[in-house]
Design a protein around this ligand. Structure first.
Ligand code: TYM
Length: 337
């Protein structure tokens, strides 16, 4: 039986942090043998907020290199850059024309980002989820491994599939396939180091709020030393009154690879002064091999470029077939050969 298909992506905006890694990339790596995987760097999404043209290309390559450094294996997975496959933008237009405007204005992430931007919110920001739906649907993806914050966008993707199939498909012959989110319970929502009630995020103005995958040991030590805790002795999972405690214990569990019960027993009588060095060393040790490999890859530009060229070819072949299917269903005239 053919393997199920997975598609996911990360925006090349700033550095990747532990939220991106534990919520998404780590799960791609762990599940990749089971699926036929496509992982893209979503550079068209990165321009939905003001961006720097001088760094966009380098940031895009850096994310592709990080995918490989984190353990994406080309025997099981294809890596490519979203803007290299024009079908993504084209399907977005076709989907736009059947998307009710209020579906987009209702999106939580749009509302949050629009508030941050104040006036002059771009149309691209509103349309962001439709581009994301195109990413997923072009590959007939069965599963989309993401963090908790993307769940609503995948629900919108499913709603778009139903709408399109209803309007343009036949009952026994759907045009597009409905994807399912793949969200782990642990690590799906990594919280800020400076406020345990807020998500760790690239757009937080304070770099102290996150641990980036490429942070040096000194920087990691300093961030954990100064991160927010609480005055209670004895560290426990799952106390809603102690969001920082739950977040830091979860980070320790995931980065050390120890089972939850073992971490709970190890930390139940600890104070923060004893716990913080443990978390620091687990984070540094976990990230070291990723950082070493990243530096090797990023210094071999030709190697990375050839991977992305091959990725583009493979992705475009599949994407163009799906695009063609949608255009035929919509009733477009196709160019004669
Ligand atoms: P982006 O770049 O904002 O985030 C990339 C991935 O990281 C996850 N994530 C988190 N997980 C746990 N805790 C956090 N604090 C945290 N912050 C971010 C996100 O859930 C995401 O999985 N719209 C997507 C990019 C995208 C995409 C796609 C994803 C575009 N097209 C198609 C899947 C399929 C995003 O916001 O990425």
């Amino acid at each position: 039986m053919a393997k199920q298909r997975v598609l996911s992506g990360v925006q090349p905006t700033g550095n990747l942090h532990l939220g991106n890694y534990l919520g998404a990339i780590r799960n791609w790596v762990e599940g990749q043998h089971q699926y036929d995987n496509f992982f893209c760097v979503v550079d068209l999404h990165a321009i939905t907020v003001p961006h720097n043209p001088a760094t966009l290309a380098a940031d895009t390559y850096a994310i592709a290199a990080l995918y490989l450094a984190c353990g994406i294996d080309l025997n099981y997975s294809t890596i490519f850059i979203q803007s290299h496959v024009p079908a993504h933008a084209e399907l977005t237009w076709l989907l736009n024309c059947i998307t009710p405007l209020n579906w987009l204005t209702d999106m939580i992430q749009f509302k949050e980002k629009a508030v941050k931007q104040g006036e002059n919110v771009g149309t691209g920001l509103l349309d962001y989820p439709v581009l994301m739906a195109s990413d997923i649907l072009l590959y007939d993806a069965d599963k989309v491994p993401v963090g908790e914050d993307q769940k609503q966008h995948i629900e919108l993707t499913r709603d778009l599939v139903n709408r399109l199939n209803h309007q343009f498909g036949k009952p026994d012959q759907p045009v597009l396939k409905s994807p399912e989110p793949l969200i782990r319970t642990e690590g799906a929502r990594v919280m800020s180091l400076t406020d345990g009630t807020r998500k760790m995020s690239k757009s937080d103005p304070s770099d102290m709020s996150r641990i980036n995958l490429l942070d040096s040991p000194e920087v990691i030590r300093n961030k954990i030393k100064r991160c927010k805790t609480d005055p209670v002795r004895g560290l426990v999972f799952g106390d809603p009154e102690r969001p920082e405690c739950n977040n830091l214990l979860t980070l320790y569990m995931l980065l050390s690879g120890k089972p939850r019960d073992e971490v709970a027993a190890e930390c139940q009588d600890m104070g923060w002064g004893q716990f913080k060095p443990l978390l620091t060393e687990a984070a540094i040790a976990h990230l070291k091999p990723i950082q070493d490999r990243y530096h090797e890859i990023i210094n071999e530009k030709g190697y990375l470029e050839s991977i992305l060229r091959q990725g583009k070819e493979k992705a475009a072949t599949i994407a163009n077939q799906t695009l063609q299917r949608v255009k035929i269903a919509y009733g477009f005239s196709l160019p004669t050969p």
